[in-house]
Design a protein around this ligand. Structure first.
Ligand code: ATP
Ligand code: MG
Ligand code: FE
Length: 336
């Protein structure tokens, strides 16, 4: 089964050709990051317009790179939520038009299911059930992947997503957008024990996360330094903040693995490319005899190959979308 996948939920216009859910024949990503950097974050209206300009070009390139034609595709998979409504609509409209014109079946895919499925691409032996930590720009979920497309959510963030916290703290310490990769880099020069930031627990919900208190603690620290006329060590703040996030993510995930008894663990989403997070999980999983999986960085942040991976398993189950498929900005995991 060969799938053309399209992704446009945020600020990446992406298309890929994926065979049998795990073999990537092409993976084209046009990132708009440079366009949004001057504004310090993604501007939805600008993102939508750029998607419109790029979407056909990116799809054509994906077919060229795979050395295939539209007629060779068995299905078209497209992200229909969650994400920015105007951005999602571009990919959805393109996919529907191509499907209508060619008769190739259409499969709507959940963006977060895509992030999780990114793990299948390079780990050919990975099969459910397993526990997955999804840490992206807009989501922080700890889930059990019970079967392909079947999820049980153990915990989620109560406020900011992990990636959002990285982006906000980066802005506060003057690193700019997108903050995650910049904090990751700068933190290597800092001392993670230099400043103690809080590790939040949510009462009565042991697997839930909360990152807004941590973000406030960083801001308070910066303010107090300014008041006292002390200079801020950017690298120390970055390293200490990053350590606080990593500690909580590792702590909750390992607790879930212990309690639920699963021996396989995966991470997904943009923050999953964080080097400190990977190293910490590498160590914790080795210690507890748990198989640890993670996608390469290019499959952690937004891409269409992951949508092709998720779309394949939906396609096998017989899922087909109609031409009334619409963008659903607030789509929940496990919902259709
Ligand atoms: P969502 O998937 O929840 O809709 P999104 O698509 O915007 O949100 P992703 O593309 O999965 O999010 O990831 C982007 C996020 O990942 C950003 O917040 C970015 O700062 C963060 N990120 C990327 N690389 C790193 C890194 N090395 N360390 C920490 N965070 C990172
Ligand atoms: Mg993005
Ligand atoms: Fe994403």
């Amino acid at each position: 089964v060969t799938i053309l996948a399209i992704e446009s939920s945020c600020d990446e216009t992406a298309a890929a050709v994926v065979r049998n859910g795990r073999e990537v024949l092409s993976n084209v990503i046009y990132s708009q990051i440079a366009l949004h950097t001057v504004y310090g974050g993604v501007v939805p209206e600008i993102a939508s317009r750029k998607h419109i300009e790029k979407v056909i070009q990116v799809i054509d390139q994906a077919l060229v790179d795979a050395n295939m034609k539209l007629q060779d595709m068995d299905a078209i998979a497209v992200t229909y939520g969650p994400g920015l409504v105007g951005a999602l609509l571009v990919g959805v409209s393109a996919a529907k038009s191509i499907s209508f014109a060619t008769g190739i079946p259409l499969v709507g895919v959940h963006h977060i299911e895509g992030h999780i499925s990114a793990n299948y691409i390079e780990n050919k032996e990975l099969e459910p059930p397993f526990v997955c930590l999804v840490v992206s720009g807009g989501h922080s979920h700890l889930v059990v992947v019970k079967d392909y497309g079947e999820y049980e959510i153990l915990g989620r963030t109560r406020d900011d997503a992990a990636g959002e916290a990285f982006d906000k703290v980066a802005r506060a310490i003057g690193l700019g957008y997108p903050g995650g990769p910049k904090i990751d880099k700068v933190a290597k020069q800092g001392n993670p024990e230099a400043i103690h930031f809080p590790r939040a627990k949510v009462a009565q919900a042991e697997y839930d996360f909360s990152f807004s208190g941590l973000k406030s603690a960083v801001l308070n620290y910066l303010n107090s330094c300014e008041m006292k006329g002390e200079t801020v060590d950017q690298a120390d703040v970055a390293a200490s903040f990053q350590k606080a996030v990593v500690d909580v993510l590792v702590d909750h995930s390992m607790e879930a693995l212990r309690k639920c008894g699963y021996k396989k663990f995966a991470i997904a989403g943009g923050v999953a490319s964080n080097s400190a997070l990977r190293a910490a999980f590498e160590e914790a999983c080795t210690k507890e005899n748990i198989e640890f999986y993670h996608p390469s960085p290019i499959y952690c942040t937004d891409n269409a190959a992951m949508i092709g991976a998720a779309g394949y398993y939906e396609f096998l189950k017989g899922v087909r979308s109609g031409y009334d498929l619409n963008a659903v900005p607030g789509l929940k995991l496990g919902e259709r």
